[in-house]
Ligand binder design. Structure first.
Ligand code: KG4
Ligand code: ZN
Length: 352
């Protein structure tokens, strides 16, 4: 636990291993990101068309320590420089989480520094703080609305202060990234489907296929994407299966998801009265989504904040950053190695 000797603004190691990326980084308050490294297991899982949990856990074991050494070397750091070790404790795949938690907790124990359990979605939510604000814009600070769209989550979160999160909207079925992945798969695109589908959508005719914008015709901030996937299934089944048609369908699907998310974001901003919007998580790397929300912000008077593309998807930098913020608030985690495959974001303590 933190004690009076703990340098609360020292370098914090962050370890991410909740799914199929091994991420390691060091962040220091006042100095920013000192080093980061990422290993993606995409090739390992591609042959199965999706993440195989057992293989993910084993690969984290193989890659985590080499990546840790690489990160420290890049930052010109020794383990003795670290003030704390932060790690993703959930939500995620239990075996994968346990690898990061066990390494992080053991390292913290050996170094006699605090360990800090981080909620993966808080990492995504804070990731824009890793960036310099765009010229002429205010640095990101609460209150704001966060759209967190990844392979496992589609959340609209109201952020009154850091650590104090209110879920405003959630998906009733598939997450946005999951919808991208499943839709891409049914049209024969490789895993992970989101980037592959977005790539071919660029060449598609936006008017060729119009899919519905689920749950935009009724009030509320919840989302639903599984019906959209079925619409694509039927359109693809009845098509000529040409490359051109595949691009057209991909474009129609992408437009439908992006517009649906944009409608929900506008609604959340209106409902809360907040003027700032964070967009993060793997689907936050989608260029059409970024462009549409940035344009809406300019037209309607709200400021948009995105992490760089590499920090939209899973990474260690966002975990190190969240750890640094929690360390400064004296919020550290006890000695037990505990992970939470399911973890409600609203249960986190506010940062005073
Ligand atoms: O945040 P993330 O790396 O992992 C989770 O926490 O789930 O998000 C991965 C998800 C995948 O579903 C992937 O297909 C999607 O993000 N994704 C994209 C794009 N890049 C990644 N979806 C749409 N467009 C993209 N450019
Ligand atoms: Zn994620």
């Amino acid at each position: 636990m933190a004690n009076s000797k703990t340098p609360v603004r020292g370098p914090v190691l962050g370890i991410e291993s909740s799914c199929d990326e091994t991420g390691v980084a060091v962040y220091q308050a006042g100095r920013g990101l000192l080093a980061h490294a990422l290993y993606s297991q995409i090739e390992l899982h591609a042959q199965y068309g999706g993440v195989v949990p057992e293989l993910a856990g084993r690969d984290h074991i193989r890659k985590l320590l080499p990546l840790l050494r690489q990160t420290l070397a890049e930052g010109g750091l020794e383990t003795s420089d670290l003030a704390a070790v932060a790690y993703t404790a959930g939500p995620g795949l239990i075996g994968a989480l346990l690898v990061g938690a066990a390494v992080a907790r053991s390292l913290a124990w050996a170094l006699e520094v605090p360990a800090i359990a981080i909620h993966h979605m808080e990492g995504h939510l804070l990731a824009p703080l890793l960036e310099e604000p765009a010229p002429g814009t205010q640095p990101l600070a609460p209150p704001f609305v966060a759209l967190l769209v990844s392979g496992g989550h589609s959340l609209l979160v109201g952020v009154e202060k850091i650590g104090s999160y209110r879920i405003l909207g959630d998906t009733l079925d598939d997450a946005a990234g999951e919808a991208f992945d499943k839709t891409a798969k049914l049209m024969g695109l490789p895993y992970p489907g989101g980037p592959a589908l977005a790539r071919i959508a660029v060449d598609g005719d936006p008017k060729a296929f119009r899919f519905s914008r689920p749950m935009t015709d009724r009030p509320g901030l919840d989302m639903s994407f599984s019906g959209l996937k079925t619409q694509v299934l039927l359109a693809w089944r009845d098509s000529d299966h040409s490359e051109a048609t595949r691009s057209d369908i991909a474009r129609g699907f992408e437009e439908a998801i992006v517009e649906t998310l944009a409608v929900k974001c506008r609604r959340a901003l209106k409902q809360t009265g907040f003027k700032r919007l964070v967009v993060s998580g793997g689907v936050g790397a989608n260029q059409r989504l970024r462009a549409q929300l940035a344009a809406a912000g300019q037209a309607e008077g709200f400021q948009t904040y995105f992490p760089r593309l590499a920090f939209c998807t899973d990474n260690g930098a966002m975990i190190a950053l969240a750890g640094s913020i929690r360390l400064a608030a004296g919020q550290t985690t006890g000695p037990a190695i505990r992970v939470q495959p399911r973890w409600n974001l609203e249960a986190l303590p506010a940062v005073a």
